[in-house]
Design a protein around this ligand. Sequence first.
Ligand code: CA
Length: 249
Amino acid sequence: MSRVLVVEDEAHLAEGLRFNLEAEGHTVEVAGDGERAISRLLGSGVKFDAVVLDVMLPGMDGFAVAAALRKAKNYVPVLMLTARGRPEDVLAGFAAGTDDYLPKPFELPIFLARLQGLLRRSAWLAGADRAAGGTAASTTKGSAGRASDEEVFSFDGKTIDFGNLELRTKESTIQLTLMEAKLLRHLIRSKGRTVSRKSILEDVWGLREDTDTRAIDNFIVRLRRYIEEDPAEPQHLLTVRGIGYRFVA
Ligand code: CA
């Protein structure tokens, strides 16, 4: 049972989502605008397991809400509802720290499946993987023996824990958004080989449209800040001019 905040100003849509999420056994709250969403998420003391966030809201829009949450170091999983045919919304959403997106209008089963994916992540973060049905191999610190290479990858004194979306270095632990983790995993799986921007858009973001690939470059800038000693002289996340990127351990 999870607590979900639905941020949507169109009342019939919000109530439809509430009805279906409650039918799945979740506890649901609805916020009709971004300001109310922020005060519930940051000011109420109530812990939500996931947020369904519409982009188009009166006043503060969905991007601003996501950005404000991440700025306040709140990493609640966010599923953003975007307008179909607007890849720039998707990219702006990820830049603001969204974890996943769904273009409107959507099929209900797809919505529920996407949300379930985010809630699974939430369960991992809470260390409740076994309680939630044991879908994930244990990635508890110190028991790396059980975790597959899929879930934990170490290089150059850093460990990326994909199950917990953490990047651990000697000095600190950085919380990754789902998309940062997905992009890193994509590059690491192809390590030593060049990955084109087009394949990143298709395989990581699920976008087929021709779109501005600079959003990927912004993600790379952020990832370099996390993993490079000197982000201006990257040793791991290399730019392949005119094509894309290459990861070297
Ligand atoms: Ca709306």
